[in-house]
Ligand binder design. Structure first.
Ligand SMILES: N[C@@H](CCC(=O)N[C@@H](CS)C(=O)NCC(=O)O)C(=O)O
Length: 264
């Protein structure tokens, strides 16, 4: 069970958010999604246990969770960061698509998955933006999958990551005229890990320098860029593209040259 299987879209579709074309970059083959993230057994989990997530983070589904017509127990969960390539919960269906009115930003600090207390990494959140459009994957959970997914995401996203839940309207790439209500995990400026805006070059430097329990922060960036590449030219994310470009410019400085290696 990995992220959604992505089909290459055939060109732009009516009603799809379209801005500047997304810069192509090397390596557009999706990599095999990594294995599941082990349940964190570190000090963080103890502090996690002591945290009392806000009511909206309760892992038991309630009327407050977005429902669509059809199965009253079904719930769609929208992923736009690591959930795109590693949902790590059981789901019945998945769709590639987008939400309007939000822009994705690497403005959330992460001291567990992609960083540490001393060197927090940067992961994404959604910024309310009337002109914004964010591409991702929506996963449908049904029956027992609902409480299992919410219980898991409550730890991964809310308690360990500082995210809160928000209802969004998701437009499937293949049927943007049949939008779905979905649950998204959004890190707001009120959460203690929030880092907020910074120049893309500074964000790139931080990403190049950080790693955490789930791996290097650069992997996080490039997996998201891979996903956007597969969504096709109608899917753009200028903020993500600028950070990928900045990383590409800086990477040679982080990689020893042959001469430097010869000196080792
Ligand atoms: N809520 C966003 C972002 C989620 C996200 O990236 N959370 C991080 C930090 S809490 C995470 O789970 N990382 C796991 C990983 O980096 O593999 C999404 O829907 O994908």
């Amino acid at each position: 069970m990995g992220g959604a299987q992505l089909e290459r879209p055939s060109g732009a579709r009516p009603g799809v958010c379209v801005r500047r074309s997304f810069r192509a970059h090397a390596g557009d083959q999706p990599r095999r999604p990594p294995g599941p993230i082990p349940v964190p057994g570190t000090m963080k989990q103890e502090s996690a246990a002591s945290n009392t997530p806000p009511a909206s983070q309760s892992s038991t589904p309630s009327a407050q969770f977005p429902r669509n017509d059809g199965d009253p127990q079904a719930l769609w969960i929208f992923g736009y960061g690591s959930l795109v390539w590693r949902p790590d919960f059981a789901y019945s269906d998945s769709r590639v698509g987008f939400v309007r009115g939000y822009s994705r930003r690497f403005w959330q600090g992460d001291t567990f998955h992609r960083g540490s207390d001393k060197m927090p990494g940067r992961v994404v959140t959604l910024l309310e933006d009337h002109e914004g459009c964010t591409w991702g994957v929506a996963y449908q959970v049904q029956g027992e999958q609902v409480s299992e997914a919410l219980k898991y995401l409550n730890v991964r996203e809310a308690v360990l990551g500082g995210y809160d839940t928000k209802e969004v309207t998701f437009y499937p790439q293949d049927s943007p005229d049949q939008p779905l209500k979905a649950l998204a995990y959004v890190a707001t400026p009120q959460n203690p890990g929030y880092l907020g805006p910074a120049p893309e070059e500074a964000i790139a430097t931080q990403i190049l320098a950080c790693r955490g329990f789930s791996g290097h922060n650069l992997e996080y960036l490039l997996r998201l860029a891979d996903f956007m590449q597969l969504c096709g030219p109608q899917a753009q994310d200028e903020h993500l593209a600028a950070i990928v470009d900045a990383v590409g410019t800086m990477l040679p400085c982080f990689c020893p040259t042959e001469q430097a290696l010869a000196l080792v």
